[in-house]
Design a protein around this ligand. Structure first.
Ligand code: SF4
Length: 344
């Protein structure tokens, strides 16, 4: 389901703009805390009032919880069943001082084909509709009720948001308005695509941007991310920096650390050259081992040394574990396991 179709259906049931907003708030916030979402429903037009229970059931059916895998770090990997039976993954992120968050999927599968990613190995199955993306947030809020339960939404689950741009932008607009999520708490994650740099600045709700860099070497990037747009890392950083300066949100650069591939001193020099003085945060994320991938993560000591070196060279850097590593549930691993039952 697409959000414009949902809005049209509400209008057809006699809903005016205020009614539409209330229905959307109630859905996207799951346990609404803003008073507008609690306005008495008996003021709704009769056809809308009568249709609401079935409509709410239909919206709940867009994303149902199939399984939850809690991690030791306070995260939980959710296996989510869509209305047609397809599965995607969402991740409840560990709660920080400002509250919790959720990482949502934007596609079933992914066409970029990153060599180290389980989702990328199966290719694209289908796009998610904007309502299915919002439904993952509503589901996460049911799991983590409360004002601070889900204050941040990152579009970093299965799929490349740039390949489903219209739907993702519709979902962002709804979450940043009726969904009551702060605009910089919405994080659009991409491998880098010219359409993203054209489109994001035009949105009514401008999200923060996370850019998966992984290497400073164009040839290695083409190898690791075989179907990402052929934009050189330096060009990506230039485009991202323009967006960061326009929005006043720093760019979150993502770097999956692969031992012997992109953890060398040459890459450190390359990062320092590209990012020193930029409005940016570098996140080094040791690879979450996938059986048979042929990649390994470097030692924690090496990763920490890299982070220290970059910070000393003026690149604000954090070393992060990907949420839920202890439940062996990296991007796409839960779905792969659900489709291929584990051996006893
Ligand atoms: Fe797609 Fe992201 Fe996996 Fe790359 S890492 S294949 S962009 S889901």
């Amino acid at each position: 389901m697409r959000l414009p179709d949902l809005t049209s259906r509400l209008h057809a049931l006699g809903a005016g703009p205020t009614h539409v907003q209330r229905v959307l708030r109630h859905w996207a916030q799951a346990h609404p805390h803003d008073r507008g979402a609690h306005a008495p429903e008996h003021f709704y037009p009769k056809p809308l009032l009568e249709a609401l229970p079935a409509l709410r059931e239909e919206l709940a059916g867009l994303a149902r919880l199939q399984a939850s895998h809690p991690g030791e770090d306070g995260s939980a990997r959710l296996l989510v069943r869509l209305g047609d039976g397809q599965m995607v993954e969402s991740v409840l992120l560990p709660a920080g001082p400002k509250g919790g968050g959720v990482c949502v999927s934007t596609q079933v599968g992914c066409a970029v084909g990153c060599r180290f990613c389980m989702t990328g190995q199966g290719g694209l199955v289908r796009q998610l509709g904007s309502a299915e993306i919002v439904a993952q947030v509503a589901l996460a809020r049911q799991q983590r009720p409360g004002l601070k339960g889900v204050r941040r939404v990152v579009f970093m689950g299965m799929g490349e948001p740039a390949h489903n741009l219209d739907e993702v932008m519709d979902a962002i607009e709804l979450l940043g308005t009726a969904g009551n999520i702060g605009h910089k708490e919405l994080v659009f994650s991409t491998v880098g695509d010219l359409r993203v740099f054209e489109r994001l600045p035009q949105g009514r709700v401008k999200p923060a941007l996370a850019l998966s860099l992984h290497t400073t070497r164009p040839a290695l990037r083409a190898e690791l991310l075989p179907r990402a747009p052929a934009l050189a890392p330096a060009e990506l950083v230039r485009l991202a920096e323009d967006y960061a300066r326009a929005t006043q949100y720093p760019i979150q650069y993502q770097w999956t650390l692969l031992e012997g591939v992109n953890d060398g001193d040459d890459e450190l020099e390359g990062i320092a050259e590209l990012l020193a003085g930029k409005y940016a945060m570098m996140n080094l994320i040791p690879f979450n081992s996938v059986e048979g991938s042929g990649f390994r993560r470097p030692s924690w000591e090496r990763a920490a040394e890299m982070a220290r070196w970059l910070n000393q060279r003026g690149v604000l850097t954090r070393l992060r574990r990907s949420a839920g590593q202890d439940v062996d549930a990296g991007c796409g691993q839960l779905r792969a396991r659900a489709e291929r039952p584990e051996r006893p």
